[in-house]
Ligand binder design. Structure first.
Ligand code: SF4
Length: 350
């Protein structure tokens, strides 16, 4: 099955597994599960291709552009929503930097650029530095975000590379910060080495925030999630987003139904202090980032936290319960203040 969905890890991450526990959550993150072969989900579950203006550059939200700068990670999470990045025949990553930089320069509404992939920290520091230097020459780009799981998979990539830290020191200034968006999904991933790596990034001037999906068998319990939010806050990571696991190909066994997920999330939040409570439970849907904001006896409520179509920003709507729903599209009855068709702006090469 690894010919279908690649397996990749390293000794450090494998050493975190309790091999005596068949249900060990770290094992579940990284070791293939035969259920991945069940036919379910799509290779591009949030329709990123619809917002791709050129290979490796996405522009979905007005002020934010995404650059897919790397086609590899230090390990491959079984539940990854960008599995297509690791498939040879399907290469959505940036091929040429200059046209992407030209596009961002000519779109003055872009104030945020997110470097993603794959893992940008899997690039040689020199290459990453070149990309960040080019972005820093664009006046209207204020915040550069680096989405990375390197502090989890291989903190020594940070600890042992003074050039990386010096690059962050150079480009994360009091006027314009670099944000490092980490991906800790279980409290056991906070080891001494990972905490040391985070401390170095922080001391170099980066702002740190954590986001991860809700994954069946990994963090689908209020106690574990509460500990994750608390531990992140304790180490200086803003708990930012908890994502509904996307309906990616092979992901069914890793998903938690939306309504169950909301209950787990709220119970977890009720156990932590305000600093750890800043996290939002969201779904990265084709039409925008939806916050799952509440439930009553038979309804679940959503709000557009960020919408692809500006008119949808802040739009609030609800659906009748469907305890099996794992994605917005599973709610068949369209009610509440919800557009009958979901208009969204499509960016295309022309
Ligand atoms: S670190 Fe992110 S991009 Fe890499 S495999 Fe995990 S979820 Fe996918």
């Amino acid at each position: 099955m690894t010919s279908r969905f690649a397996f990749k890890s390293n000794d450090y991450y494998l050493s975190l597994i309790d091999w005596d526990d068949p249900a060990d959550p770290i094992r579940r993150v990284i070791v293939p599960d035969l259920r991945e072969l069940e036919p379910w989900g799509r290779l591009d579950p949030s329709d990123e291709s619809a917002y791709t203006v050129m290979t490796g550059l996405e522009h979905k939200y007005n002020s934010t552009a995404l650059l897919l700068v790397s086609n590899t990670c230090e390990g491959i999470c079984r539940y990854c929503f960008r599995k297509r990045v690791f498939m040879d025949a399907c290469q959505p990553c940036l091929q040429e930097l200059d046209p992407a930089i030209d596009y961002i320069r000519s779109h003055t509404e872009i104030t945020n650029v997110l470097l993603t992939g794959g893992d940008p920290l899997a690039l040689p520091t020199e290459d990453l530095s070149g990309i960040i230097a080019a972005l820093r020459r664009i006046e209207h780009v204020q915040v550069i975000r680096i989405g990375t799981r390197m502090p989890v998979f291989n903190p020594y990539r940070i600890i042992d590379d003074p050039d990386l830290l010096s690059m962050i020191r150079t480009f994360s200034t009091p006027q314009k910060r670099i944000y490092i968006m980490t991906h800790f999904c279980h409290p056991r991933e906070f080891t001494d080495a990972s905490v040391e790596g985070l401390g170095l990034l922080y001391s170099a001037g980066a702002v740190l925030a954590n986001q991860c999906p809700l994954i069946r068998g990994v963090n689908d319990s209020p106690d574990i999630l509460a500990e994750l939010f608390r531990t992140a806050a304790m180490h200086g990571l803003v708990p930012y987003y908890l994502f509904q696991c996307r309906p990616s190909l092979g992901n069914y066994a890793y998903t938690v139904p939306v309504e169950e997920g909301y209950d787990i999330f709220e119970q977890a939040r009720s156990r932590v202090s305000g600093l750890a409570k800043r996290v939002r439970f969201v779904m990265s849907h084709t039409t925008g980032k939806l916050e799952i904001v509440g439930k009553t006896e038979d309804r679940i409520y959503f709000k557009y936290h960020r919408a692809a179509c500006d008119d949808d920003n802040g739009r609030f709507f609800w659906h009748r319960f469907n305890p099996d729903a794992r994605w917005l599209d599973d709610y068949e009855e369209v009610i509440g203040d919800y557009p009958a068709t979901m208009p969204y702006r499509l960016h295309g090469p022309d």
